[in-house]
Design a binder for this molecule. Sequence first.
Ligand SMILES: [Zn+2]
Length: 349
Amino acid sequence: MPNKAFELNGTTVYPGERQTIDLQVAQLYTHTPLSIPVQVVCGKRPGPTLLVCAAIHGDEINGVEVIRRLLKLKTLNRIRGTLVAVPIVNVFGFIHRSRYLPDRRDLNRCFPGSQEGTLGGRIANLFVSNILERCTHAIDLHTAAVHRDNLPQIRVRMQHEESAEMARAFGVPVILNAELREGSLRETADKHDIPVITYEAGEALRFNEVSIALGVRGVTNVMRQLGMIPVKTGRPERKFKPAVAKGSRWVRAEIDGILRPVVQLGARVEQGETLGVIGSPFGTQDVLVTAPHHGIVVGRVNLPLVNEGEALFHIARFDKVGEAERQMEELVSEVTSNAELDPDNLPIV
Ligand SMILES: [Zn+2]
């Protein structure tokens, strides 16, 4: 039995074909039409229809590079099922190097949207009805917000069995069992019972090679688990058993001031350990920022100028915290010494 054709916006992609289709969403004030570019890789043989999308937050660009590399992999020539790749969902934000839409709305709070609502709601609605609803699985690629950095991690609702399987298959050491955020693509996918994971890695408006390489590897790991691409032959890749965090907490600034962070992303910290110091420009009135519990630093602010109440360090708790730390170190050294994940063989430094 052959694969089914995929039809989008009046264009049909037949089994064995690959096409880039523009999904028209709106127009600029200039009346220039604006569209979301979508690449559909339709395999000859049947299988899942996997959505991989990035830049729902327009300034989160690591995922755009993950998808560029993914689409160059030769293994896609033998794909089972269909890959629907959307490197830039929030085209408005991407052009303006901004997380938001022109009306300052966050597209990832506008799902599932409606035909009559705000611009964000309309784009979300179009995306759901034309793309998401026709996929069987979804991976949404994100980074931390501007001036923040995330350790590569998967966010998932572990109670959804198939989503949990995708999260484990992705193969980064840290999984956060995260509540569904209202209005997010992940929430809408979950409501449609489409298994979905979010990959969070790196910082907005920056490329980070480790985050990108782990992203490409993670997406292909999931495709392998879903039977879309063949299992690798030859030297078996080392399997990492991801640690699922028991919970996580943001440590906030007690006072306004200038932060001197003393722990790196990925560091293992003990309860009460100093994470940083907030002081005044004259060096008086230093206030220590300490860890509320033991764990791994999975998110961090990069801009040292902080206001009271601002989230500074994101600490995830684990049963086996040493194990999670060791796996992350090994994985990072493996991908940094191995350029095979960039088909152009030019890893970004
Ligand atoms: Zn995001």
